[in-house]
Ligand binder design. Structure first.
Ligand code: ATP
Length: 891
């Protein structure tokens, strides 16, 4: 086996690729063929057949199979066959739903799969990390995951967190030099390993192993698929379902006893009790939630929010605080240079004169201490830095040429804690003239307040002199003028260094101040509306930014986040507060400026301690802990680091604040829809039980045959429930306050709705039952009979439930509104259900199978009419409830 850490970079390249040249397209193709995709093999996915058979593991299905066998033994072969057919259809439906839900989760996972920057076709491009192959040159920077194992070929202060492999939690400082002796993995400083991530610096490496051949791959020869955890709502419903099931089973047991006591054959009584239990136990609750969540997340993905943790969808519905970065999320992140401040003068960008020494020096510094490039017209790099090279291009200065005569020798990369970036250069040609003859300089740029503390001298038209108090006042005044207009300001400084100097962060001092550059980053157009929507919806938007307080406040005011300057503070002002003090402080603050990632965690915690559900955005490597702490960590899909994406519950593919607000709206809608679907299922089940109870109390014949209950429960029930889960948004969704996070879904109000719905269904069904049983009104030529009674009860119960679907669309009356018709899935499920029940009721050939007496037109119309009555009755009750609520609110 090759020990690449013992080789020079060149030897490693030759060993892997046969030359020091980058991989050609052909080599990439053949290596991909040879080594396969860069993926860790996951545990085997369950096959469709297995999923199908798993549907039979359900306790109720087992009881049903048992019931079918007993029916068969008792000679009722038809019932046995019907039960088995219905169970099979149900299992097929269950399998299809599971496969669909899994597919949609898989596609979500793929959408948020990590990417890597790889040298292909003469330049670095971003590709999915799974497409990397052996021999590729991969570029790394702070926040990137290391996508494969490899030998480092260039290094600018890279520190790598290898804790996943070695357990060592401190970042390891990397180095390119050859290691002579044999050393363990943790000491191979010139290597990087898949599964670790870059916490600092930049570099490149040559891929030497991918996929299962990497060190992590070897540890985890077979990774088990991490099973998706159930969401709190699912757990809640599972518990509720279990308790309810026990209650129903006891009820059915008593019913069985009474029936036998009254002389019913044991077999029949048993079958009926089983069917009632199956019909009444809401076994589909948890799976309805899964299906609705998976459809919902797909819709959210189309709207630029990719959900990485399913739990987040429910959480989104109760978000009450959104803490958002400014740059790029609330603003466009399209920076343009507005002004220079140099030699004590403000110069608008249109008036910059590169013939002037000071202006030229500032311009060149801003191009050199800068990592951005433009390739094929595409801007690559930080927009702040791109703005700096764009102004140079406008003035006819090629950044490429400048960087080639002022060669970068060392660098200290930018990081948002330090708020500075430094580069060292060897100046050639006539460039030393610009820097007072210095041949080697270190240029530093960064936040004005930070850099001002590091400068002791100033560059003036007359040369370098000591910095005076007046200079500082002038610079600060200029900075605050720029900031008040919402401009982002960077300060520049330099100092002469010795040849071969390797800088550390302690060397960023005793510098010569060069000047300031202000940049415009306009707010996104959608931000204002999204902020207003948040406030309407009872959600507090908070801006948390690394930028200057005055700049941040100016932008926040424009967008509507901040009303008064007193609502803005600097991160450092919370340093001295303990958690209790911070808790009472956060409510009054809308803008935090100059914030470090540690501040973010404290702010999130303080809001959480006050009982809020907090969404928090983050993009840098240091933001990962805050993203994990937040209830909904939101990462930026475009500018965010891979590490932040990994820590987040949701990734925005457009980095846009408005998308978070839309996701909250979706979260609220999904939760409401799930609630409505559950209301639909439970009220229908409750209705059925009440009818049976009624018949039992009044010693009437059994109102339903077991097959009736199975027909309803397994065939006509689940589609409307799913359709309700797909109900579109309504306009008042974002006018309500957020749902309390700890609110159980089964509130008194919710249970009373189930009670009222169930009662209405029960009354209609009992009326139909009595008509058929006693031969009243429309029983017509049939005369009354137990069979006709149960046929009409079956028809009415089934169609009442279908009609009741429309009642469950909303808490408000919708009958004469467009909303009544706005869910095509519900209409489809209704029509399909009505066709099925009509066929069962009206086609004489099914009489035996479904234990019915084929109905004529008058009886059918009676059934439909009674079932339809559920709509006006419930809608009327909703209208009264609405009026009472309004009156209460007005008092
Ligand atoms: P947000 O936190 O809202 O995304 P931000 O981009 O201003 O805002 P940071 O990236 O943490 O936050 O930047 C903090 C400060 O560091 C900026 O206000 C600026 O003064 C300085 N800064 C930003 N980018 C650079 C850079 N590339 N080089 C040097 N200094 C920078």
């Amino acid at each position: 086996m090759n020990e690449f850490y013992k080789m020079t970079e060149k030897d490693a390249m030759v060993t892997v690729n046969g030359s020091t040249e980058p991989l050609s397209d052909q080599q990439v193709a053949s290596n991909r063929e040879k080594y396969g995709p860069n993926e860790l093999v996951e545990g085997k996915q369950k096959s469709i057949i297995r999923l199908f058979f798993e549907q039979f593991k359900d306790f109720l299905v087992i009881i049903l199979i048992f019931a079918a066998i007993i029916s068969g033994i008792l000679g009722d072969v038809e019932s046995a066959i019907v039960i088995l057919v219905v169970i099979t259809i149900n299992a097929i439906l269950g399998t299809v739903q599971t496969v669909k839900a899994e597919q949609s989760l898989d596609s979500l996972k793929k959408m948020s799969a990590p990417e890597a920057k790889v040298f292909r076709g003469g330049q670095f491009i971003k590709i999915p990390a799974s497409e990397i192959t052996v021999g590729d040159r991969v570029s790394l920077e702070a926040g990137d995951f290391v996508p494969a194992d490899g030998r480092i070929i260039s290094n600018a202060g890279m520190k790598i967190d290898e804790s996943a492999l070695t357990g060592e939690s401190l970042g390891v400082e990397k180095d390119v030099s050859v290691i002579e002796e044999t050393v363990p993995l943790g000491d191979r400083l010139n290597m990087v390993y898949s599964g670790s991530f870059v916490t600092y610096g930049r570099g490149e490496f040559l891929v030497t192993a991918i996929g299962m051949e990497t060190e992590v791959g070897k540890i985890a020869t077979l990774l088990k698929t991490t099973s998706e955890k159930k969401t709190p709502l699912q757990v809640n419903l599972d518990n509720f379902g279990k308790k309810l099931s026990i209650l129903i089973l006891v009820f059915c047991g008593i019913l069985f006893g009474i029936s036998v006591f009254r002389g019913q054959p044991i077999g029949d009584a048993f079958l009926f009790a089983v069917a009632l239990a199956v019909a009444a136990i809401p076994e589909a609750l948890s799976s309805i939630v899964t299906i609705v969540l998976s459809f919902g997340t797909q819709k959210m993905a189309q709207e630029h929010a990719i959900i990485r943790k399913l739990q987040a969808v429910e959480g989104l519905g109760s978000v009450s605080v959104i803490c958002s970065d400014k740059t790029g999320t609330l603003t466009q992140n399209k920076m343009t240079v507005e002004d220079y401040y140099v030699h004590g003068k403000k110069i608008s960008s249109s008036d910059i004169d590169i013939g002037n020494n000071g202006e030229r020096q500032l311009l060149l510094s801003s191009i050199l201490c800068n990592d951005s490039t433009i390739a094929d017209g595409k801007e690559i790099g930080d927009p702040t830095e791109t703005a700096l090279i764009n102004i140079g291009i406008k003035l006819g200065i090629s950044y490429d040429m400048e960087r080639s005569v002022s060669i970068r020798t060392e660098e200290i990369p930018f990081d948002s804690d330090r708020k500075l970036m430094s580069t060292c250069h060897r100046l050639t040609g006539d460039r030393p003239d610009l820097f007072n003859g210095a041949e080697n300089v270190m240029i530093t740029k960064g936040a004005v307040d930070v850099l001002l503390n590091r400068v002791t001298a100033i560059q003036t038209a007359q040369g370098v002199r000591a910095l005076t108090q007046q200079d500082i006042t002038d610079i600060e005044t200029c900075n605050s003028d720029f900031s008040q207009n919402g401009l982002r300001v960077l300060a520049f400084a330099y100092k002469e260094i010795k040849h071969g100097f390797v800088p550390g962060i302690d060397d960023e001092n005793e510098m010569v101040f060069l000047g300031l550059i202000s940049m415009m980053d306009p707010p996104r157009e959608e931000s204002m509306a999204a902020v207003a929507e948040c406030i309407d919806a009872g959600i507090k938007p908070v801006m948390i930014t690394g930028d200057h307080k005055v700049t941040a406040a100016a932008i926040a005011k424009k967008i509507g986040i901040l009303k008064d300057e007193s609502e803005a503070c600097e991160g450092s002002s919370i340093d001295d507060m303990d958690d209790e003090q911070l808790k009472s402080y956060v409510e009054g603050i809308s803008v935090y400026a100059r914030v470090s990632p540690e501040h973010k965690i404290r702010i999130v915690r303080a809001w959480q301690d006050k009982g809020n559900i907090v969404a928090m955005t983050g993009d840098g490597v240091n933001d990962a802990p805050a993203l994990k702490q937040a209830d909904i960590g939101v990462a930026m899909g475009i500018t965010g680091s891979e590490v932040s994406k990994d820590a987040a519950a949701m990734v925005l593919t457009d980095d846009n604040f408005a998308t978070i607000v839309k996701a909250v709206e979706n979260g609220r809608n999904i939760y409401k829809n799930i609630k409505n679907a559950i209301q639909f299922l439970l009220s229908g089940n409750f209705g059925a039980i009440l009818v049976v109870l009624y018949a039992s109390v009044f010693a009437l014949p059994v109102p339903f045959a077991p097959v009736h209950l199975l027909f309803i429960n397994l065939l006509t029930d689940s589609l409307p429930a799913i359709a309700l889960g797909l109900e579109p948004h309504n306009a008042d969704l974002m006018k309500e306050k957020p749902r309390p996070a700890n609110e159980s879904i089964l509130t008194k109000d919710f249970l009373s709705k189930i009670g009222i719905g169930g009662l209405s269904i029960c009354i209609m069904t009992v009326v139909a039952f009595l008509i058929g049983l006693n031969g009243w009104f429309t029983a017509g030529e049939f005369g009354g009979s137990a069979l006709l009674g149960s046929t009409m009860a079956f028809g009415t119960l089934c169609s009442s439930r279908l009609f009741h679907g429309f009642n469950c669309k909303s808490d408000r009356p919708v009958i004469f509104t467009k909303r009544f018709w706005n869910n095509k899935y519900l209409i489809g499920a209704f029509l399909l259900g009505m066709i099925l029940i009509t066929m069962a009721l009206a086609v004489p050939a099914f009489d035996h199978v479904f234990k019915v007496h084929a109905l004529g037109i008058p009886q059918l119309l009676t059934v439909y009419g009674l079932a339809f009555l559920n709509i006006p009755v419930i809608q009327f009750i909703k209208l009264i409830q609405k009026k009472v609520k309004e009156r209460k609110n007005n008092v």
